[in-house]
Design a protein around this ligand. Structure first.
Ligand code: FES
Length: 109
């Protein structure tokens, strides 16, 4: 495991999410009510770009088929909808976050 600095806290104010490339991975850093979380930025369903999704509180909705994930736990709270059918998808990977001063550091396994 290693802590990698991805950005500064002023880049991700409350209610905002920002995508960072970390070691070839797309990591979405999200500020939920002042606390920073990091979640894989690629949807577990068919690879939708979660950074282009909708964030409401701690829930992010994939722009492709509407799967919803809890950014604090990675849990898939509802699956994608396609042709009026609702499917299931896997939970997202989340990463540990450490704030040091103004720096956002992600714990990469
Ligand atoms: S790619 Fe995200 S819901 Fe289908």
């Amino acid at each position: 495991m290693s802590l990698i600095e991805v950005g500064k806290t002023n880049q991700v104010p409350p209610g905002v999410m920002k995508l960072f490339q970390v070691e070839g991975k797309k990591i979405l850093v999200v500020n939920v009510e002042g606390k920073i979380y990091a979640i894989n930025g690629v949807c577990t369903h068919l690879g939708g770009d979660l950074s282009k999704g909708q964030l409401e509180g701690k829930i992010i909705t994939c722009p492709k088929h509407g799967a919803r994930f809890d950014v604090t736990t990675g849990e898939s709270v509802s699956g994608p909808k396609m042709a009026f059918l609702q499917f299931k998808t896997k939970n997202e990977t989340i990463y540990g976050v450490k704030i040091e001063g103004e720096s956002i550091k992600i714990d990469m396994p």
